[in-house]
Ligand binder design. Structure first.
Ligand SMILES: [Zn+2]
Length: 106
């Protein structure tokens, strides 16, 4: 096993999470990727058990019920694999794993 292999196996992590503009959350990753995510889309895609049925993967959250004015109030790191977002609608149970966030970017 070489050092190079070990390095390439490392997963990208958010280097910086910030409000790019009122409706956009910016995430700069350790591998140089710069994500710009619409905050309403992020809220609609909250992966927690209240918003998505854990067993069936079925959506419990009506996307239309998310206000246009939804804003992240606080974002913090959870371990080395996820971020947690506290939303202006009081919802804060969603853990957005780094893998999940990268998938949202496409
Ligand atoms: Zn949720």
């Amino acid at each position: 096993m070489t050092t190079e292999n070990t390095k390439s196996a490392e997963k990208p992590a958010p280097k910086k999470v910030f409000q790019a503009d009122p409706a956009t959350l910016g995430i700069d990753w350790t591998d140089g990727v710069e994500s710009r995510l619409n905050v309403r889309m992020l809220r609609q895609k909250c992966p927690c058990a209240q918003c998505i049925d854990e067993w069936t993967g079925e959506k419990r959250l009506d996307p239309d019920s998310v206000a246009e004015t939804i804003r992240p109030l606080k974002v913090h790191n959870v371990g080395l694999y996820a971020i947690q977002i506290h939303w202006s609608d009081g919802h804060d149970t969603g853990l957005y794993s780094h893998d999940y966030l990268r998938k949202l970017v496409g």
